[in-house]
Ligand binder design. Structure first.
Ligand code: UDP
Length: 358
C-alpha cells in the first residue's frame, strides 16, 4: 500500500476490543499500522480478558489513561500521534475514546475513518449520541452498518464518503460462539438452556440514578424466572453505594469474558439489556431482547421484530416478559432476521479502507 500511508487505530473499551478484533490483524498485514489503546476500560475483566480470549495483539501504544475524561484521553492520544504521525485514523462506535481519537486526529491533520458511523438514538442527553454525531461530522470515510444508518448520515448532509458494510459485531459473535464450550459455560454458571433470563445494565441514565436502579430491581421481582446479572463496573459501583435489596431470583455476577458471555446469551430464554452491542448480538444469536431504555440507536432490531423498547416501568417490562413466555411472541422474536450482515463486515470495512487510502 502507499508508502506514505500510516494508519493509527484508536480505541479503549470492551465493546471496541470485541468489534475491532478481526480488523486489527487485517490492517497489520497491509499497512504501516499503529494500534493505540487508551485504557478507558482498564480492569482485567473489562479489557485484558478480551485481548486474551480474542487473541488481539498487544497495542503499540498503551496510553494508560484509566479514565473516561475527554481532555485526559485526547491529550494522551495527541502525544501518541506526535510519534506515529498518522495520515489516517480509524475509530469505532460512540465511546469517549472514539470522539477523543477523532478530535486528536483532526488536530493532527489526519483523515478520520469512522466504523459504525451513522447510528442515532435522537436522544441528545446520551453522551454516546454526542460522541457519534461529533465523530461523524469530522470523518472522511463513514462505514455504516445498514441502509437506515446510511440514510441518517445523508439526512444530516455530512461530507464524508459513506459505505454500508454491516456490523463487525456479527463477525465476532459468530466466530467466538464457535470457540466457546457452551455446555461447560452453562455448567460453570449452574444454568440450563432456556432456564434463565440474562440481564445487562450499565447506561449512565439507568444506573447513575437510584430511582432507576430501584425500578430495574422491581422489574426483576416481577419476573418469575431465574435471572443472571453480570455487572459492569459502573453498575457495581452504584449498587455498592446503597443497601439495595437484590430479589431472590437474581444472581449478580462480576462482568464475564466474551467466551462466557456469548454462550450465556445464546442459551438464555430472554435478554433484558440497555447495551448497544447486546441488542445486536441478541438478534444475531436469535434470542428475544427487551431493551431497558426509552430510545435506541439499534432501530433495525426493533423493526426486524427481535427487540422491543420497553423502558423502565416494571409493569410494562413484566407485561412483555409474560407475553414472551406465555404466547407465541418469544418464538416470533427468535425468527427475526439479522439486519447487520452475514459476518463479513470486517472484510468489507477493510476493503473500503484500502480503496479510500489508495
Ligand atoms: N459483554 C461481555 N461480558 C459481560 C457483558 C457484556 O463480554 O459481562 C460484551 C457483550 O457481548 C457485548 C459488549 O460486551 O459485545 C457490550 O459492551 P457494553 O454493553 O459495555 O457496551 P455497549 O455495547 O453498550 O457500547
Amino acid at each position: 500500500m502507499g508508502k506514505d500511508t500510516r494508519i493509527a487505530t484508536v480505541f479503549g473499551t470492551r465493546p471496541e476490543i470485541i468489534k475491532m478484533s478481526l480488523l486489527v490483524p487485517m490492517l497489520d498485514k497491509s499497512f504501516e499500522h499503529s494500534f493505540v489503546y487508551t485504557s478507558q476500560h482498564y480492569s482485567a475483566n473489562m479489557a485484558e480478558i478480551f485481548f486474551d480470549e480474542l487473541g488481539v495483539r498487544k497495542p503499540d501504544h498503551m496510553l494508560g489513561a484509566n479514565s473516561s475524561d475527554y481532555a485526559t484521553l485526547q491529550l494522551a492520544i495527541e502525544k501518541s500521534f506526535e510519534k506515529i504521525k498518522p495520515t489516517h485514523v480509524v475509530v469505532y462506535g460512540d465511546t469517549n475514546s472514539t470522539l477523543s481519537g477523532a478530535l486528536a486526529a483532526k488536530k493532527s491533520g489526519a483523515k478520520i475513518i469512522h466504523v459504525e458511523a451513522g447510528l442515532r438514538s435522537f436522544d441528545s442527553r446520551m453522551p454516546e449520541e454526542r460522541n457519534r454525531i461529533e465523530t461523524d461530522r469530522i470523518s472522511s470515510l463513514l462505514l455504516t452498518p445498514t441502509n437506515l444508518t446510511k440514510s441518517f448520515i445523508e439526512q444530516e448532509g455530512l461530507g464524508g464518503k459513506i459505505s454500508v458494510v454491516g456490523n463487525t459485531v456479527v463477525d465476532a459473535c459468530l466466530r467466538y460462539i464457535k470457540r466457546a464450550d457452551e455446555q461447560e459455560v452453562l455448567g460453570k454458571f449452574g444454568v440450563e438452556k432456556d432456564g434463565y433470563v440474562l440481564v445487562t445494565a450499565h447506561r449512565q441514565e439507568n444506573v447513575d440514578s437510584p430511582e432507576n436502579i430501584v425500578r430495574i430491581l422491581k422489574t426483576f421481582e416481577k419476573i418469575d424466572k431465574a435471572i443472571l446479572f453480570p455487572i459492569h463496573p459502573r453498575t457495581k459501583k452504584h449498587l455498592s453505594e446503597r443497601n439495595y435489596q437484590i430479589p431472590k431470583n437474581v444472581r449478580v455476577l462480576e462482568a464475564v469474558g466474551y467466551l462466557d458471555f456469548l454462550p450465556l446469551l445464546k442459551n438464555a430464554s430472554l435478554v433484558l439489556t440497555d447495551s448497544g452491542g447486546v441488542q445486536e448480538e441478541a438478534i444475531t444469536l436469535k434470542v428475544p431482547c427487551l431493551t431497558l431504555r426509552y430510545s435506541t440507536e439499534r432501530w433495525e432490531t426493533i423493526i426486524g421484530g427481535g427487540n422491543f423498547l420497553v423502558g423502565l416501568e416494571p409493569e410494562l417490562v413484566s407485561y412483555y416478559v409474560r407475553m414472551i413466555f406465555g404466547s407465541g411472541l418469544g418464538e416470533r422474536m427468535r425468527g427475526a432476521k439479522n439486519p447487520y450482515g452475514n459476518g463479513k463486515a470486517s472484510e468489507k470495512c477493510f476493503g473500503e479502507m484500502v480503496r479510500f487510502v489508495e
